[in-house]
Design a protein around this ligand. Structure first.
Ligand SMILES: *[C@@H]1O[C@H](CO)[C@@H](O)[C@H](O)[C@H]1NC(C)=O
Ligand SMILES: *[C@@H]1O[C@H](CO)[C@@H](O)[C@H](O)[C@H]1NC(C)=O
Length: 539
């Protein structure tokens, strides 16, 4: 193919992990301060260096003026001849050294490499594309308008400064690098509009034109692509690809449809990421929840859990969110103080979250799970041990075989696409080494209150749970007969504004022979947490 375009930047998202946790983003403000300081230091050092050069220049000029005064016979004097030659050799060498001795490298290294006291490395190109991709994800999930975002507006509220044409362009470029021409077109168009009225201009029009034309073409607007590429060829006659591309588009149109008004722009979002349930998932994230069936709604209720001796004094408030499969919210089961301790313990351990490859069983990074997480053992701190005991109290499930407490902090657009917590039949090796059976149930503590977004959604069930700090969401992943309950497929919606901290506990099958007796009928479901009927009559 003769048609050439810019290089696709190869995305190394696995390396980019600054944007994966808000905790890290906060450190980056510190990095920005360091940059300010180092620029000041550098300017100071350069000023001194340039002053030295200025002195040399003055000296040269004085002596030269004297020589001119004397006239051509100046050099007939051997001392003058010697001095002139010296000025142009050994002295010039000094000048050369000063001119070359730009300290830039030293200062640049100080910022990008020697960040010894810093908990995060300096952001890289991949972090920029990661952050831009996060913006695109938020835009899709929450139906945010490109024009609004570019003006610092989210959901009708001004939350930041307007972006420059170049800021907008970089988001479009991130989309382009992922061959996502729907977003490329949308952002490049807004960048172009912005540039028109911008003074001083943050970039050249020609830079946008090529991306805009290509995305127009990819989205089926060939005549507009040709029109803009012609303009590019006009304003940048030496552009390496413009003329070739004009011909390429002309050949494609074969003289058809070349005259008259340009047709309106077409820009359809293409679903090519393989997530078939995306529409339903995104609608739930936005809080567009299908109304529950009336029968169902009637039964929903709150109750006080008092089925253990000491709970009689301090019962736990349980809100039933749905039945069949059951999902409940335990209210106020972790205190602000406990949350602070857990966050403090987890922060230094946060690592980019991994997922288990279903074929190999290996843990790996994945773009569909963007967060940082850490594991905490009960022995590490009395607060962790206390939380683990409390889980046993409110779930009635034996904690001896549970996994450690996992803490997660979601970053920019951080999310976890729809998944199951349990291992499916084909994932035979998933929990083999633990020898504790499958994940029978999940407890998910909400440890912060994001301002917007970040819901936990069960996309097959049409259930969305918006985080409420201090509460814990609970559901059974397995049916009574031990089969995975496919209806529990769930996702963590991207965080739109604010910070999302959660911790979760995965409870395993082994050890639950009496706490959740196995039954052959897969349709037997709990009506409340710890419901043992029909296996035993219990309150
Ligand atoms: C490097 O940066 C640190 C902190 O920003 C500063 O204190 C130090 O003087 C810098 N060193 C150089 C060589 O610029
Ligand atoms: C592109 O289209 C506009 C609007 O129809 C038109 O005014 C302009 O002359 C066209 N540019 C080129 C280079 O054909």
């Amino acid at each position: 193919m003769r048609f050439l375009l810019l290089f696709f930047a190869l995305l190394a998202l696995a390396l980019a992990d600054l944007f994966t946790a808000i905790a890290d983003m906060e450190h980056m403000l510190g990095a920005e301060k360091d940059v300010m300081g180092v620029i000041d230091q550098y300017i100071e050092a350069e000023r001194e260096r340039l002053n030295k050069l200025r002195n040399f220049a003055d000296e040269y000029s004085k002596r030269n003026a004297h020589a001119e005064e004397v006239g051509p016979e100046f050099v007939t004097n051997p001392i003058n001849a010697y001095l002139l030659i010296k000025r142009l050799t050994s002295e010039w060498k000094k000048v050369e050294d000063i001119m070359r001795n730009n300290a830039a490298e030293k200062y640049i290294k100080n910022i990008t490499q020697n960040r010894v006291n810093s908990q995060v490395r300096f952001p890289q190109e991949e972090d920029l594309s990661g952050a831009a991709t996060a913006l695109l994800r938020l835009q899709d999930t929450y139906k945010l308008d490109t024009h609004d975002l570019a003006h610092g507006v989210i959901d009708g509220e001004k939350v930041g400064k307007p972006l420059t044409a170049h800021d907008i362009f970089e988001v479009g470029r991130a989309a382009y690098n992922q061959r996502d021409y729907y977003h490329t077109l949308s952002w490049m168009q807004v960048a172009m509009n912005k540039l028109e009225n911008e003074e001083p201009k943050s970039m050249e029009e020609s830079e946008i034109l090529e991306y805009l034309a290509y995305s127009l073409y990819q989205q089926g607007n060939v005549r507009r692509a040709l029109n803009l590429t012609k303009r590019l060829a006009q304003i940048a006659p030496n552009h390496p690809r413009a003329k070739g591309n004009v011909k390429w588009y002309e050949d494609m149109l074969q003289g058809k449809d070349m005259e008259g008004e340009l047709p309106p722009i077409v820009n359809k979002r293409v679903e090519n990421d393989g997530i078939v349930e995306r529409d339903a998932y995104e609608a739930l994230c936005r809080g567009e929840i299908p109304p529950p069936e009336p029968e169902h709604a009637k039964k929903l209720r709150c109750y006080l859990k008092r089925d253990k001796p000491f709970l009689k004094l301090a019962p736990i408030k349980v809100e039933i969110l749905r039945f069949d499969p059951l999902a409940v919210l335990f209210k106020d089961v972790v205190s602000d103080e406990e949350i602070e301790v857990v966050k403090e313990l987890a922060t230094p351990k946060l690592k980019r979250a991994t997922v288990q490859n279903s074929k190999t069983g290996e843990l790996e990074h994945a773009t569909y799970r963007i967060s940082k997480s850490a594991w905490l053992k009960g022995e590490e701190h009395p607060v962790v041990a206390r939380i683990n005991r409390r889980i046993e109290d409110f779930t009635n499930l034996n904690q001896a075989t549970s996994e450690e407490l996992q803490i997660a902090n979601y970053g920019l657009g951080g999310h976890y696409d729809p998944h199951f917590d349990f291992a499916r039949k084909e994932e035979k090796n998933a929990f083999k080494s633990l020898n504790t059976g499958n994940r029978i149930a999940t407890v998910l503590f909400y440890m912060s209150q994001p301002e917007r977004g970040g819901a936990t959604v069960f996309n097959h069930l049409g259930t969305a749970v918006f985080p409420s700090k201090n509460d814990a969401l609970f559901w059974y992943n397995l049916r009574r007969n031990g089969d995975g309950d496919l209806r529990t497929r769930h996702a963590a919606c991207p965080v739109l504004m604010g910070v999302k901290w959660v911790s979760n506990k995965w409870i395993h099958e082994r050890g639950q022979e009496f706490t959740r007796p196995c039954g052959l009928d897969e349709n037997v479901q709990e009506n409340f947490v710890g419901d043992l009927s029909p296996y035993e009559n219990s309150p």
